[in-house]
Write a new protein. Structure first.
Length: 423
């Protein structure tokens, strides 16, 4: 009872502090949580100041310089460089959305124009056929059907000429490629930021990549649209001048930066296989797709134009037989050609081959830029670079080395195996 009473007195009344003998014995039984009450004044003052420091927003009210708690940015990344990278990141994200939306829009163009032109062509052919069978019914119905058929054929000819000029399926494929490549740049910037300590050279490199990609896949049609029927098929180029990206010191050692003579020889053989097999093959396929697309692009408007001419002479006593055949058959053939060209998206196929050839050209230039650099410390880390090449070609490291061995062993013979297993 005495212990409980004295413990209560300690918590409730300050007068009990005057009874020394019993209070000393009672304070031994006080719970530890209450011992903070008897902390010295100096320590209590420190706690109060610490609380005031956390609650203080004015630098003058704090006895301690707040800057000492801030991370020294000179030991990490440059805040200006980070701000520039984030600005580029925002611009790239905006471009991704723009190219995605415009790609969907131009894909809709292809579908809507194909449906509309085929509807006009088939309707005009049907009217020309009806007009040929209605000659005995009078001149007025025949004239109306002939005029309607001719107008519809001429409209289809104009629309088809414009459609073949801009190639909506190819435009959509360009925007899909641009969307994918801008997403790639977006991921690269995030990787640079995540790894820490970005430099001004990183900012410059990303800026160059963005501007080169803007030039390779322009958004506007008038004045900036890519040539849809070039004289020679060339790989798509969406990158600036290749420079080896330095990643030295990843293993914490100084020396050859992951490179050796065997790896250099392996990369030379891989580059040779890409240049002589994959890139050449896709350029060859692109050339065939281009020739087919040119033929179809010319044939469609020519057929609708001939059909318009035939429908105009339907019912004429001197030209009735061939006019009917031309007005109906040419219209049907024009619809078939238009469906084959834009329904099967031959322009998109050509752009896909051109883009694939560009992918291999980029790999080739990336390998050559590292091999040309004599100072291995200024190259990209050899082991990391080998892994990247293997992933881009869809191969494991052992398969990549086997490909290099087979290419070097058949130096005087034609290489049978393609470097890439992805496409």
């Amino acid at each position: 009872m005495t212990s409980l009473q004295n413990s209560s007195n300690v918590c409730s009344s300050s007068s009990s502090w005057s009874r020394r003998g019993r209070i000393i014995r009672a304070t031994i039984n006080v719970p530890r949580i209450l011992t903070n009450i008897s902390l010295p004044g100096l320590q209590t003052k420190g706690m109060v100041e610490e609380l005031d420091l956390h609650n203080c927003t004015d630098r003058k009210c704090s006895p301690i310089d707040v800057n000492m708690f801030k991370r020294n940015d000179n030991n990490g990344h440059d805040p200006l460089v980070m701000a520039k990278l984030y600005a580029i990141l925002e611009a790239v994200a905006d471009r991704v959305e723009m190219h995605k939306n415009i790609g969907e829009q131009r894909n809709n163009w292809n579908s809507l124009l194909l449906t509309s032109i085929n509807a006009l062509t088939l309707s005009a052919a049907a009217m020309a056929g009806i007009a040929a069978t209605s000659v005995i019914g009078g001149a007025a119905p025949v004239a109306a059907l002939k005029l309607s058929s001719t107008i519809m054929y001429l409209s289809a000819t104009g629309m088809l000429s414009i459609m073949n000029k801009i190639q909506p399926s190819q435009l959509a494929e360009e925007q899909r490629n641009a969307t994918r490549l801008f997403k790639q740049i977006h991921n690269q910037i995030q990787t640079i930021i995540g790894m820490g300590n970005p430099t001004t050279s990183d900012v410059k490199e990303m800026m160059e990549k963005v501007l080169a990609l803007d030039k390779a896949y322009p958004l506007p049609l008038l004045g900036a649209m890519l040539e849809k029927f070039p004289k020679n098929v060339q790989p798509a180029v969406w990158w600036p001048e290749q420079r080896p990206r330095q990643t030295k010191g990843l293993d914490g050692k100084k020396g050859w930066n992951g490179w050796n003579g065997m790896l250099e020889e392996e990369m030379r053989e891989i580059s040779c296989a890409i240049r002589n097999k994959d890139e050449v093959d896709y350029l060859r396929l692109g050339g065939k797709a281009l020739k087919l697309n040119k033929f179809l692009a010319i044939s469609g408007p020519v057929l609708t134009g001939l059909a318009a001419l035939g429908s105009y002479f339907v019912g004429s006593p001197n030209h009735d037989s061939w006019a009917v055949v031309l007005g109906v058959v040419a219209g049907a053939l024009a619809s078939v050609v238009n469906t084959f060209e834009h329904g099967w998206q031959v322009g998109m196929v050509f752009e896909m081959y051109r883009s694939n050839a560009g992918f291999f050209k980029l790999m080739e230039e990336s390998i050559e830029s590292n091999l040309i650099e004599k100072d291995t410390e200024r190259r990209e880390n050899g082991e990391l670079f080998e892994m990247k090449v293997a992933l881009q070609l869809g191969r494991s490291l052992s398969q990549l080395r086997d490909l290099a061995d087979s290419s070097s062993g058949n130096a005087e013979e034609e290489i049978e195996e393609f470097a890439s297993k992805l496409f």
